[in-house]
Write a new protein. Sequence first.
Length: 317
Amino acid sequence: MIGHGIDVYYKNDHKNTVLFPDGRTISYNVGNMLLEMVKEKTKYLLTEKLRNMIRIFPDYTVVLNIKNITDAFKWLYDTVASEDLPISTEIFGSSYSKIINMMLEDEKTVIECNCVGDFLMKCYQKFREYMEIFWFGVDSLANVNSNIEDPLSEEMVALVKKNADRMYPVLGKKCNNRRVKKTEEYEIREWTTFNIKMPIQVLEFEYCRMRKTGNLLKKCANCGRYFVVKNRKKIFCNNPSPQNSNRSCKEIGSQIRRQQKRETDIVEKQYHRDYTSKAMAAKRARDKGESDDHFYDEMRRLSEAHKESKKGIKDNG
């Protein structure tokens, strides 16, 4: 049923079970509904492709009435729907349907639209506004959790938290499960579900679930992509890195940051140069059959002095 949205339930674990209108049931790790809706292909689907499909709608110029709008929206939904993006598809269907009903109640909008196509384009503009707010909300939450200073992000997260905190007393508990039928052969149980129709509801729902399970949405310090993690100290994701697709950002990130620091930090650069020089001198000594103890003593001295220097900067900072 187009426009119903998704129904979600969960137990006291780290998964959300989503019931789709077509009967499918898919389990998502907490936070992964957000990750689907911020993918680049999701953004393309719900912006450029959606706009282009409206423009080429075969009956763009037909007269504006309820039947024609219903037929047009069904065509648009079927055209945009993606099996790879089930959450995004259903949230598009439910939120766009709600926008259509809202626009039909606005007499000025109806008068301004000469045909069904113009009306769908008006609805698209409002839908795009909703999606931009959602995407900005997700980005803001990731920025704050990643300690990226941005006053606008902080303001947006404060608004999200304000609305989500009203829902937390309910969403912070596991869903109820009741028996609806029992025979000698089987038992049927029914879960309490939460219906989600709008993009911002997905963000508020996932925020509450991540708060309950101790997970955080963060932005990778290497590639900038979003990821969900339980350890707030982690700054790198497990996705393939832009520098080397065979190694993850987690594997390569620390190395890259050290290299960047050496290039910009004079003290770090000098330490790396001196330490490398002593290490190479020790190797040359070993190759000649000479003692390398002196060089290793110098390397240990440099390393200890470097640690003390870093500790002093941290204590004073």
